[in-house]
Design a protein around this ligand. Structure first.
Ligand code: DX5
Ligand code: ZN
Length: 218
């Protein structure tokens, strides 16, 4: 089943509550929340305090993407704030296996994110322990960038690897996804689709979510 995860990075932050309520009635499957620290990526966003406030407005799963150094220092805060899925970047931790286990012990789903240039082999011996892998299909830090074409090959390779070692792995893709290329990433093996600017810059975001779902069925 395809899951659509709108990224609120491109939402109107002055009306974040209303944007979240809009997503509640949009058919979206989860809310993708981008956390940036100004070190791991050259941008800053929000932290657990904002997530905690949003939690009161939605029952949708919160898919929290940590683009930060030392993410393990803040796992408790994000879990307490209401995260349901936590993605840490493989590039940001020294002990990936230990970090995955620690996240799962908190009772939330564990996901590892890879930057576009990071090879899949960092997952070789942890894939069985993961609920999801988040493949960046742009370099992280900003919304509105273009999909990197070689990522289609990476998605296919990861789906082949998952079929061998973790058949029910969710493969999430993040960056530059729109109605033009959603079919391609789904065909390659992705099943969780993040989309920020294409949804929130659309005249009618709810209709765009529906459209993305239709274009995913290829
Ligand atoms: C980028 C973020 C994305 C971003 C995607 O670093 O991780 O979640 O919001 O935005 P679009 O869909 O506009 O590429
Ligand atoms: Zn993201």
């Amino acid at each position: 089943m395809i899951k659509i995860a709108p990224s609120i990075l491109s939402a109107d932050f002055s009306r974040l509550g209303e944007e979240i309520k809009m997503l509640n009635e949009s058919g979206a499957d989860m809310v993708h929340i981008d956390i940036m620290d100004g070190h791991f990526v050259p941008n800053l966003t929000i932290g657990p305090l904002v997530i905690e406030k949003l939690r009161g407005l939605s029952d949708l799963p919160f898919d929290v993407h940590l683009m930060m150094d030392n993410p393990m220092d803040f796992i408790d805060d994000f879990v307490d704030a209401g995260a349901n899925i936590i993605s840490i970047h493989a590039e940001a931790v020294h002990h990936l296996h230990r970090s995955i286990i620690a996240i799962k012990e908190k009772g939330v789903k564990a996901s590892v994110t890879l930057n576009p240039s990071t090879p899949l082999n960092v997952l070789d011996y942890v894939i069985e322990d993961l609920d999801m892998v988040l493949l960046m299909t742009v370099n992280p830090g900003f919304g509105g960038q273009s999909y990197i074409p070689s990522m289609t090959r990476k998605i296919k390779d990861l789906r082949a690897m998952a079929n061998k070692f973790k058949p029910d792995l969710d493969i999430e893709v993040d960056g530059g996804i729109n109605i033009e290329n959603i079919g391609e990433v789904v065909k390659a093996g992705a099943n969780v689709i993040v989309s920020g600017s294409s949804i929130f810059m659309a005249k009618e975001p709810k209709k765009m979510i529906e459209k993305l779902r239709n274009f995913a069925m290829v």
